[in-house]
Design a protein around this ligand. Structure first.
Ligand code: BG6
Ligand code: MG
Length: 544
């Protein structure tokens, strides 16, 4: 615990944040991002007001009523049953732990926790969750600055709260009460939940910031060795001092103050504002001189135009010949959402690497093949979800379910526009039964993937490391057209901020869509020209 600094208590070398000085920010949910802290507190109050009254009647002895201070001290930020245990201990009441399956009427720690959850669920079903405007603003600015973000919550309702607020996709990583129970992670003030989020983001705590409104949360952030622990006090008297006392380095009442400059080093821009590669050719050529190029290519929409039926996206023989030529002087990998065997067959070249299923399944020249453990553990979930999706989508004309080894694509390009909503509803219904899987959206496709931090960007980094291409003499180039390719652009931006090199190139003219790419190519014809240009410059300049 820290002493209250006498003057300007918010003085800290990292505050306000300068995006180049950090890699990630981990946000608590209730009370920081969404306006749900009061609803949790009201549900706890309802439970304990009732319970303490019953207790007084049964034992003829009073133990005080439930107060806001009790909430902050014993319940806020902690997993459900740990909160019940700690509050009861403050009143010297000992109950058997019970079992998570206990009914809300049972007088056990779990039973009481379940009764509170019943009250909270009733609230959630009948209300629309508000997201704090300053939270949306800061998340957008962090994204634009290339800083990764994670959401954490001790709550098992985290996913439902995010979905209710419509902000599920805003975070690269989520660790919640369900994950904690599955992995037996201790609750805050233990830092496990934050450390797990940092690990999944692929960042170190020393370059990561924690933002919390709970006392147990700031304590956990301080214990976890994070670069900066920001306490959030949304206008509650005395809370700022308490947050500092429990370990917050600084305390703010609005997240808007978190970042130094309203437009700090903005990196992302709408696609139409990205520099066209053809206008930056000479600069890129100079950058590639005497370098080894590691070239990463998406398939659909990049090497081949998007077609009505994804099964018919054939690679042209000229494109194949160019890639084959490039593979003599550069390291070339095709990273696709398609199944590994599918994309390998479509490209048909032995000398390149392939990452299928969004990077979960990787193969290389000479029969080299690695199925990543990150994907394998999700196979039973994927099998069950595939069966559910086939069953639910059978009736919707034009919908097709494509099973890849480590993901499932639900294509709706050929579905009548009135039915698209039903496709999404069916996917959501199936996913509600498989919490270890998640949905992402691509071009006329919903991808069902393992809920894992693995993505095309992680696959790119993994390949660079495996191929010993981490040195200063290597320039990774990634070319892609879809939202899943942004993960790769993101890791290149991150490497760049850490002094590395890397070029992201977006294909197409999805006007308005924000991208982290450095340059744009207008279509697959321009990709072909670009690759031919690379052949020419690697023959004369870049290192073979
Ligand atoms: C935390 C809240 O985020 O989650 C607590 O601050 C809540 O109030 C805890 O008790 C556990 O939530 P749930 O929804 O799993 O009971
Ligand atoms: Mg909170």
């Amino acid at each position: 615990m820290k002493e209250d600094p006498a003057v300007n208590p918010n003085q800290h070398p990292l505050y306000p944040l300068e995006p180049v000085e950090i890699d990630a920010v981990i946000f608590d949910l209730d009370g920081v991002i969404t306006d749900t802290r009061c609803a949790h507190e009201a549900a706890w109050k309802q439970l304990f007001d009732e319970y303490l009254e019953e207790h007084v009647k049964a034992h003829q002895s009073g133990c005080g009523s439930f107060s806001h201070e009790d909430y902050r001290e014993y319940l806020d930020g902690k997993p459900r049953y740990e909160g019940v245990r700690d509050f009861l201990a403050s009143r010297h009441i000992q109950l058997p732990w019970g079992d998570p399956a206990d009914s809300p009427e049972q007088e056990t720690v779990c039973g009481l926790g379940n009764r509170k959850n019943h009250y909270f669920s009733q609230w959630l079903e009948s209300h629309t969750v508000d997201t704090f405007a300053d939270a949306l603003d800061v998340l957008q600015r962090l994204y634009r600055a290339g800083v990764r973000t994670a959401i954490i919550s001790a709550s098992k309702n985290c996913e439902a709260v995010l979905a209710n607020a419509g902000i599920t996709d805003l975070f690269a990583v989520k660790v919640d009460g369900v994950d904690m129970a599955e992995q037996s992670l201790p609750g805050k003030p233990d830092p496990a939940i934050f450390l797990q989020a940092a690990q999944r983001l692929g960042v170190s705590p020393e370059r990561t910031v924690v933002v919390e409104d709970a006392l147990a949360g700031v304590k956990a952030g301080a214990r976890g060795g994070f670069a900066l622990v920001v306490g959030v006090n949304r206008g509650e008297s005395g809370h700022a001092e308490a947050l500092r006392h429990y370990g917050a380095d600084v305390v703010t009442n609005t997240l808007t103050e978190l970042l130094k400059d309203p437009q700090p080093g903005v990196l992302s821009a709408p696609v139409e504002e990205i520099a066209l590669f053809r206008e930056a050719r000479n600069a890129v050529r100079a950058r590639l001189r005497n370098k080894h190029i590691a070239l990463f290519l998406d398939y659909d929409g990049t090497l081949t135009p998007i077609v009505e039926d994804y099964r018919k996206a054939q690679l042209s023989s000229t494109m194949r010949a160019t890639i084959s030529e490039l593979a003599r002087s550069c390291t070339v990998a095709v990273i696709s959402g398609r199944d590994l065997d599918d994309v390998r067959k479509l490209v048909g070249l032995d000398q390149v690497f392939y990452a299928g299923s969004h990077g979960f399944d990787i193969a290389g020249p000479k029969g080299w093949h690695v199925e990543l453990q990150q994907g394998k553990e999700f196979l039973p979930d994927l099998d069950a979800a595939e069966a559910g999706l086939r069953e639910k989508l059978r009736e919707i004309g034009g919908a097709s379910v494509e099973r890849k080894k480590f993901s499932i694509a639900v294509h709706y390009r050929q579905v009548a526009s009135d039915d698209v909503l039903s496709v999404e509803e069916a996917v959501d219904r199936v996913l509600s039964e498989h919490p270890r899987l998640r949905k992402s959206s691509g071009k006329k496709v919903f991808d069902v993937k393992p809920r894992s931090h693995w993505n095309k960007g992680q696959a790119l980094l993994w390949l660079l490391e495996r191929c010993d291409l981490g040195g200063d003499d290597v320039v990774p180039i990634y070319i892609g057209d879809d939202t899943t390719d942004e993960d790769a652009f993101h890791v290149l931006r991150q490497a760049e901020r850490n002094g590395g090199d890397g070029i992201g190139i977006i294909v197409g003219d999805d006007s308005g869509r924000p991208t982290l790419a450095h340059y744009a190519l207008e279509g697959t014809d321009e990709v072909a020209d670009f690759l031919q240009w690379l052949v020419a410059i690697t023959a004369t300049g870049a290192k073979g």
